[in-house]
Design a protein around this ligand. Structure first.
Ligand code: GAL
Ligand code: ZN
Length: 661
């Protein structure tokens, strides 16, 4: 567990390196990430590589016991490359090039891009393989999808389809192209989604998204192979931006050693409470991508700006508290973005730990304290893992399918997951967020938000978990389609109808209208969607109170094997989730931390013998937390009051014996 910073030696006069390195060492920084945008300095003209400046920088920092992660520079093709080989530039749906000027102006399928990327990564790998200060690599920077329509992408898309379907007839039938005379009689008729309308065949669009992810994965794999071949002792990672995102991070990270996340919680006072909750989801989701601890490769150090007018500066305590939130939810190393604000370029006002003044100030002092705390606690937290008993399923394909076919005004797949996750966080229930492709055995409670695309294989895996004792919670828009985005011709929830013991007789997409349901003699509001349920072997547990379906079933429960399946036919308000999941969690014997005030979160990291409970006030207000016993604060080495007052952004960590709660 260590602290690092993102550092750009090429942005500073060499005379500053030594001072920066010394200050880092004195502060407790032991790692820098460098070079991920420095292609024009590493290869100033075609074939002329110059790594001497980077060697000197690395030597300077190594003398101060600072190790180095090198970013491959392929996010920023230099002007000579773009000029000589214009096929590097992606083309939008109107076939206009995405010109250089910012970053990311590269088509992942471009042959020139692949060729020159491979060359520079190989040179770097060979050059730094034996440098003792270099510990690992970050490939590129924050991959995303371009929806490129260049010739390379078109021909590779056709190859991809041939590989997947084998014949043009299979494409026609799996996509249902018969509608609107969309049938193909020759491969050459298939193109990437060019301009015009976005209302194209959803099966085609979904495959195009999958193809795009595969293009990024392939582009990354070229680099990964080189790095693994020449630098077998180095780790390789990539820094993802947070979900929601149309690129499939699960696939992207499959072959990496670990996932790294760039985490920028909002500093806005209006988001005082909400940013901690959405951050908790982001962190849980990141941990779930490879089901292991992860790194933070960038995080907030000052007021963000440039991509938008500047946000508020991090309130005193904010930088420290959100750093601890990352650790609490599974981060093993934190790299802050960035050491010092850039003097030039488009990102001058995305502030670093040190301002342009070059005088370390309040934020820097807070960071210094954080480094010291992390150093002190690292030996305890090393090799601990987050412990969860509940899981929320998150699917990349579901997200894309909903993005291309919004079901109703106000229904957003990821926002709905946010609300569910927030309810769990408020209840103090540790929750994993996992892809539906994962093995889910062992979880007591599985929440499956809108399994829009549902094949019988996933349905039977979920059913198995229930039979073995899990409680499964299903939601509207489940079992609508198969994996090719074609509707099932059977009652909803399709392949899960039997397990749920219920079918949907009719639905009303109520959108932003607000209705109410009655559950356990209490009314709760709901919106977006109402499935009017027809229980088969399930029991009704909630009823609609409005409209022509007042009195009809809104939710059911169905006992199955050792477990049970709830079907919620609507999207309820958060208060319902809090009450409902509390009851479901208690029934399933999950651990809760009841009574947490708004914005106060807990987390648990554990090894075989000890669990560390984190209590975090991620708000600008003091808060009071009722503890169920006398606990000893690790920070202050003293017993804490049972009615604990937490100052704004206060963090407490306590040691619990394993199996105590
Ligand atoms: C990240 C990016 C960094 C920097 C930062 C602040 O998305 O990886 O290079 O731009 O945002 O905008
Ligand atoms: Zn392309």
């Amino acid at each position: 567990m260590r602290m690092g910073v993102d550092y750009y030696p090429e942005h500073w006069d060499r005379s500053m390196w030594e001072k920066d390195a010394k200050l880092m060492q004195d502060t407790g920084v032991s790692l820098i990430r460098v070079a991920e945008f420095a292609w024009s300095r590493l290869e100033p003209t075609e074939g002329c590589y110059d790594f001497t400046w980077l060697d000197d920088a690395i030597d300077t920092f190594a003398k101060h016991a600072i190790q180095v992660v090198i970013g491959t520079p392929t996010c920023t093709p230099p002007n000579w490359l773009v000029h000589e080989y214009p096929d590097v530039l992606p083309r939008d749906a109107q076939l206009h090039p995405h010109y250089p000027g910012v970053r990311g102006h590269r088509c992942y399928n471009s042959l020139s891009m692949r060729h020159y990327s491979t060359l520079i990564v190989e040179k770097l790998a060979l050059h730094y393989a034996a440098n003792p200060a270099v510990v690992g690599w970050q490939i590129d920077n924050e991959f995303g999808l371009h929806e490129c329509n260049c010739d390379h992408c078109n021909s590779r898309f056709r190859d991809w389809l041939q590989n997947k379907y084998g014949s043009i007839e299979a494409v026609n039938s799996e996509w249902g192209t018969v509608v609107w005379s969309g049938e193909y009689s020759n491969w050459s008729q298939i193109t990437t989604p060019l301009g015009g309308t976005k209302h194209k065949n959803p099966s085609y669009l979904l495959d195009y998204k999958r193809f795009e992810t595969d293009s990024v994965v392939e582009f990354q794999q070229l680099q990964l192979n080189i790095l693994k071949k020449h630098c077998p002792n180095h780790f390789v990672t990539h820094n993802i931006w947070s979900y929601p995102m149309s690129l499939d991070y699960y696939k992207l990270c499959e072959n990496l050693d670990f996932v790294s996340l760039d985490y920028y919680p909002s500093t806005s006072p209006e988001k005082d409470v909400s940013s901690g909750y959405s951050g908790a989801l982001t962190l849980d989701l990141t941990r779930g991508i490879k089901r292991q601890n992860f790194w933070i490769m960038e995080t907030i150090s000052g007021p963000p700006g440039c991509w938008m007018p500047m946000w508020r500066t991090p309130h005193p305590g904010f930088i420290r508290a959100f750093a601890w939130q990352c650790i609490a939810r599974g981060a093993d190393t934190l790299v802050h973005f960035r050491w010092r604000s850039a003097p030039s370029g488009a990102e001058q006002f995305w502030h670093g730990l040190i301002d342009h003044s070059n005088v370390p100030g309040r934020r820097f002092e807070e960071y210094r304290g954080l480094c010291q705390e992390v150093q002190k606690l690292a030996p305890l937290l090393e090799r601990t893992k987050v412990q969860s008993e509940a899981v929320i399923l998150h699917s990349h394909d579901q997200f894309n399918a909903f993005q291309m076919q919004p079901q109703v005004e106000g229904m957003d797949y990821f926002d709905n997951i946010k609300t569910i996750h927030r309810a769990f966080t408020k209840l103090g229930i540790m929750t994993d967020v996992l892809s539906e492709n994962e093995d889910l055995s062992g979880y007591k409670l599985i929440v499956a938000p809108s399994l829009f695309l549902l094949d019988p294989e996933l349905a039977s895996r979920l059913e198995e978990c229930v039979k073995n004792g899990a409680t499964l919670v299903l939601m509207p828009r489940t079992g609508v389609k198969n994996q090719n985005n074609i509707c099932w011709i059977r009652p909803l929830p399709g392949p899960l109808s039997d397990a749920a013991g219920v079918t949907v007789a009719e639905y009303d997409p109520i959108g932003r209208d607000v209705h109410t349901i009655r559950w356990q003699n209490k009314s709760y509001s709901c919106s977006q969607w109402c499935d009017i349920l027809s229980p088969q072997s399930a029991e009704p547990v909630a009823w609609y109170e409005d409209d022509f379906f007042a009195g009809q079933t809104a939710a059911t429960v169905h006992a199955l094997g050792e477990g049970k399946v709830y079907y919620l036919g609507t999207i309820p308000e958060e208060a319902f989730y809090v009450d409902f999941f509390k009851e479901a969690a208690e029934e399933s014997g999950l651990h809760l931390f009841p009574g947490l005030p708004e914005g106060v979160q807990i987390s648990l990291r554990a090894n075989e013998s000890t669990r560390y409970l984190f209590l975090m006030n991620l708000t600008r207000k003091p808060q009071t937390v009722q503890l169920d016993g006398i606990y000893r604060s690790i920070f202050n080495d003293c017993d804490m009051d049972q009615v604990l007052t937490m100052e704004p952004y206060a963090i407490e960590i306590v040691e619990l014996p394993q199996k105590n709660v």
